[in-house]
Design a protein around this ligand. Structure first.
Ligand code: 0A1
Ligand code: ZN
Length: 877
């Protein structure tokens, strides 16, 4: 940073706004070169504000041109106000007045993709968290809630569709023949939920009848060539609306609900009131172009954005430190929805796997922060896995502590009590406590304490007393700014399994059952179970009842027993993961020490019985067969040696593949489907099992696997299977991989979202000269640096290639740093997100970590955006 360093803002400094805006009237005159925005803000002083200064300070970015400002229709002269690069100060404001402001913005030059911008030929907006201030001067903070009326004026031919929040209330023509449309949203909302879309778009209509009998119009808008890809999202939307009525009693509140797909978008999607805007990759689907994973993601994101209508919009956040109030709760709601739509265990395994890989890494890195952060420099940097995923785990623990019924009473009370308000995480917890009578005072530390807690379990069984004593210790490691930690209230769901694989009953705290929830509150506690008939194997933390790391000294036999016999599906999977992690860790150790590598694996026995048992759920089998990822193993290592981890994974894969090649080929053959593709749970499970079997089979020394691989790649009628075949070919480095990639590109060059998948795979190839390939991709006609999906596709792909990204000469890191520097000012949000891999430099072996650090230092010398500045300085601290 060359000039003054950006400064942090603190939760402890929160004060209520000095002014309120009861009504917001906006007019947008759309032109190709610029847009004239006129705002009329009906304002008054806030009686609750203790600050009695005369002046009014509005937020606003310096790229807007202020044309005029007036109070009660009297224009202000230049000495009555002052503009800085981030505000407009009016020196003397009355108690109640109408402020009129005219600003000129240039959406076509907005490469940051916040505020009003162009994507393809359309106009669209992204206002969360602080984008609205780039459209007009405003009190751009979530506790200023206002009723919006928006008028859009534009050329009918270019913009036949002109949308904003709420209901369309008026439509007409100007004297010069332009179309004028007015939208009114009767619900008070903060500016971050404002949206505008205009363009030549196609639409699909549907209806939903709410539980009280109101008919809501549903509309999904896309560019014309994508209209046939919205059916799945429409179905997902209707399922979400029904589920929110059934499970949370929440009904939709406007007459119309609109969704728009845009190609250029920094995040997944946005919950603007009545007008959700989606990254097209999170909305559009067809069997030929979309994988099963993407279908599930689309369903979850459609649900997530819809659920925000209550958890986020009707009840919103007081300030951005409370972001998890809406995000943690809404992620919990979307996870439960997906779990109800498909398989509970599969969903839980996927969510936990993601949390343990990515959120745990964040919580152990330089950007670690509590779910409710205490300070930030740039709020966009806090749309994190901690706020979203760990935030959801907190809500899930509250659910576990209260039970289903009391939790529902709590959510009803929360929505009822705070409808139309901007509130805090404390308010959420208070509603849960008031409705249930459960004391959550110690539990609230989960919101304020960063870092992943670590639990150590030890057990002692007494044959004579038939009792089991379980000793548990908890610690949470230090994180930036938080050296010492207090003990947390941790719910531990637990069962006991007999050595012959049966669930044992036990009595704990006066209750006899097969499963108990223990409340760990102190640094160390002993839990005693009586009536335990034989020495058990404890099944700890069932369903991953708390976001913690834990250790218990299981023997290999005990893990194999849990893997085959635990009634808790999550722990069956987890036992297999623990076994695999143990073997991989010892391989990594052997590699680092130049020792010969073990060519036997205890997993083979467990996998074999899974593959031979036709009774089992194929989805579970597929999950268990998947080895821990490179990223998860990196998270577990004290000092990351990416090359050693990669070699260990390759070696173990080959050992398993060769030992079970017949079983894998038989499993593959048995699961080849001839029915028409559908993204339903049964088919998804069969495809997952088939494709993981194909992966091992191709990795074995049985060359006949390649015929099936080719056949599947060339003849599949769906993207899941075709893409699986291509990924397997690339990952296994089969000879024809390059030809297959080229064929794939030729087949799909007109489908931008499929091309992104091609970019990712092409960039992820393991090859010492791979950087050249990445450079070619970045100058390929299919690439566009302005499109965040394409940037993430190539750089994300490159990050997966150990040989390219972690090349010992540092060229991979240098290349990423070059891209960060290029994007720093053009799209700060994107630039800051792609910094993540470099920020972990301290955890890498020093020969690599030092090279990463050099790149961070090089970036630091630039004139940085707030976004990148914050991440880089915190990482170098
Ligand atoms: N609230 C959205 C996510 C989102 C956040 C920020 C954005 O721009 C900086 C865009 C979207 C959600 O949770 O879905
Ligand atoms: Zn959200």
């Amino acid at each position: 940073m060359k000039d003054s360093s950006p400064s942090a803002i603190y939760l402890k400094d929160y004060t209520v706004p000095d002014f309120l805006i009861d009504k917001t009237e906006l007019t947008f005159e759309l032109e190709e070169a610029n847009v004239l925005v006129t705002s009329r803000l009906h304002m008054r002083r806030n009686a609750l504000s203790s600050d009695k200064v005369a002046s009014l300070v509005l937020d606003g970015g310096d790229e807007m041109k202020l044309i005029g400002v007036a109070i009660d229709n009297v224009s202000l002269s230049a000495d009555e106000y002052q503009i800085t690069n981030q505000s407009l100060e009016i020196f003397s404001a009355p108690n109640e007045f109408v402020l009129t402001c005219e600003t000129l913005v240039e959406p076509q030059n907005n490469t940051r993709l916040e505020g009003l911008y162009r994507s393809s030929s359309m106009f669209c907006t992204q206002c969360e968290a602080e984008g609205f201030r780039h459209i007009t001067y405003y009190l751009d903070r979530p506790d200023v809630m206002s009723v919006f009326t928006t008028t859009i004026i534009g050329d009918e031919e270019k913009y036949p569709v002109m949308l904003s929040n709420g209901n369309e209330v008026e439509r007409g023509k100007t004297e010069d023949g332009k179309t004028v449309v007015t939208w009114h949203d009767p619900f008070k909302k903060p500016a971050y939920l404002f949206a505008l879309v205009a363009g030549n778009l196609a639409v699909q209509d549907d209806v939903f009848k709410t539980k009280s009998g109101r008919v809501v119009t549903l509309r999904i808008f896309t560019e014309h060539h994508n209209l046939e890809k919205v059916d799945y999202a429409m179905g997902a939307l209707k399922r979400s609306m029904k589920w929110d009525e059934d499970v949370y009693g929440r009904e939709y509140d406007l007459d119309i609900f609109m969704v728009v797909a845009v190609d250029d978008f920094n995040m997944g999607a946005m919950e603007n009131k009545g007008l959700n805007i989606f990254n097209s990759s999170c909305l559009l689907a067809s069997p030929e172009t979309t994988t099963d994973d993407a279908y599930l993601r689309i369903e979850a994101i459609v649900a997530h954005e819809y659920f925000h209508n209550w958890s986020g919009n009707r009840v919103t956040c007081r300030d951005w430190f409370q972001l998890s109030l809406k995000e943690g709760f809404t992620v919990f709601r979307d996870q439960t929805f997906s779990s109800d739509m498909h398989s509970e265990t599969v969903k839980r395994v996927e969510d936990v796997s993601f949390l343990r890989t990515a959120q745990f890494a964040e919580d152990a890195g330089p950007m670690a922060h509590p779910v409710r952060p205490e300070s930030f420099i740039e709020i966009s940097n806090f749309y994190t896995l901690t706020v979203y995923e760990k935030g959801s785990e907190i809500v899930r623990m509250i659910y576990t502590l209260l039970g289903e019924q009391a939790f529902r009473k709590g959510s009803d009370l929360y929505f009822d009590r705070h409808d139309g308000q901007a509130v805090t995480c404390d308010d959420f917890v208070a509603a849960m406590e008031d409705a249930s009578g459960v004391d959550l005072s110690q539990f609230k530390r989960w919101y304020s304490q960063a870092g992943t807690p670590e639990l150590l379990f030890e057990s002692k069984y007494s044959v004579t007393d038939k009792t089991l004593k379980l000793v548990v210790k908890q610690t949470t490691p230090p994180t930036p700014g938080q050296e010492s930690k207090l003990p947390l209230h941790i719910p531990i769901k637990l069962g006991l399994i007999s050595k012959d694989g049966n669930e044992l009953e036990s009595t704990y705290s006066g209750e006899t059952a097969q499963e108990h929830v223990l409340h760990l509150k102190s640094e160390e506690a002993t839990f005693e179970f009586s009536g335990v008939d034989s020495e058990p194997v404890p099944s700890i933390l069932r369903g991953f009842s708390a976001p913690v790391k834990y250790e218990y000294a299981y023997s290999t036999e005990e893990l194999l027993l849990l893997m085959s016999s635990d009634s808790d599906g999550f722990n069956r999977w987890n036992a297999a993961q623990q076994l695999a992690v143990r073997e991989l860790k010892s391989l990594i150790h052997q590699i680092k020490n130049g020792e010969p590598l073990a060519d036997q694996s205890d997993l083979v026995k467990g996998f074999k019985s899974l593959l031979l048992n036709e009774e089992l759920d194929p989805a579970m089998v597929a999950l268990i067969l998947e080895l821990p990822s490179q990223a998860y193993l990196s998270e577990l290592e004290k000092e990351i040696d990416p090359h050693a981890i990669h070699s260990a994974l390759t070696h173990l894969t080959k050992v398993i593949a060769n030992a079970l090649k017949e079983e894998f080929s038989a499993t593959y053959m048995n699961n080849v489907e001839s029915t028409v593709y559908e993204p339903n749970a049964i088919q998804i499970a069969k495809r997952a099992l088939k494709n993981i079997a194909l992966h091992y089979w191709v990795e074995s020394d049985d060359v006949t696997a390649l015929e099936s691989l080719n056949e599947q790649f060339s003849n599949s009628d769906n993207m899941t299977d075709q893409y699986a075949a291509l990924s397997i070919a690339v990952e296994a480095g089969v000879e024809k991989a390059d030809v297959m990639l080229a064929t794939f590109y030729d087949q799909w060059l007109h489908e931008s979202l499929v091309v992104n998948k091609w970019l990712t795979l092409s960039a992820s190839q393991e090859n010492v000269d791979g950087l050249k390939r990445v450079e070619e991709l970045m100058s390929h006609p299919a690439f566009d640096i302005k499109n965040p999906n394409k940037v993430r596709a190539v750089l994300g792909g490159m990050g997966r290639s150990v040989q390219v990204f972690h090349k010992e000469d540092g060229s991979g890191y240098r290349y990423l740093a070059d891209q960060i520097i290029y994007l720093n000012k053009r799209n700060p949000q994107l630039a800051s997100r792609i910094c993540t891999p470099l920020t972990r430099w301290k955890k890498y072996k020093s020969s690599l970590g030092d090279l990463m650090k050099l790149e961070l230092e090089r970036i630091q010398k630039e004139d940085l955006s707030k976004d990148v500045y914050e991440v880089i300085t915190k990482s170098l601290n």
